[in-house]
Design a binder for this molecule. Structure first.
Ligand code: FES
Length: 128
């Protein structure tokens, strides 16, 4: 795996994102509750730049005529057709076999990244 520097530790605040280009690839980095995750910026439905979509919550399972909203800040909604993905896993919230393509992220010393750390470099790990 080749390490590509993409951000500084602490640069992406909780709830924030950064979209970067690594060669021909676009990758979205997200801070979800203090954990940095990264995905290819291509929706599995029809290839939209999904990482630029709205970060929100979603409707929760509920009884008829009950409307519950939750999971705020953990759902990424594709800007083209509205598919919703869990930012923590990349899975489509209704059909988990449709998922965003996750990209491994590492810091200089850790695999998972507490956001309190700052000053170091975040890397995405790619085969090329
Ligand atoms: S391209 Fe993303 S939902 Fe259609």
């Amino acid at each position: 795996m080749k390490r590509h520097p993409v951000a500084k530790e602490g640069e992406i605040p909780p709830g924030g994102r950064k979209i970067v280009a690594v060669g021909p690839l676009q990758i979205g980095l997200f801070n979800v509750g203090g954990e940095i995750v990264a995905y290819r910026n291509a929706c599995p439905h029809a290839g939209a730049p999904v990482c630029s979509g709205r970060i929100s919550g979603t409707s929760l399972p509920s009884r008829v005529y009950e409307y519950l909203y939750g999971r705020e800040g953990t759902i990424l909604r594709c800007p083209w057709h509205g598919w919703e993905f869990d930012l923590r896993t990349g899975e489509h919230i209704v059909d988990p076999k449709n998922r965003l393509k996750q990209v491994p992220v590492a810091s200089e010393n850790l695999d998972r990244l507490p956001t309190e750390r700052s000053g170091g470099t975040l890397y995405v790990l790619l085969s090329q």
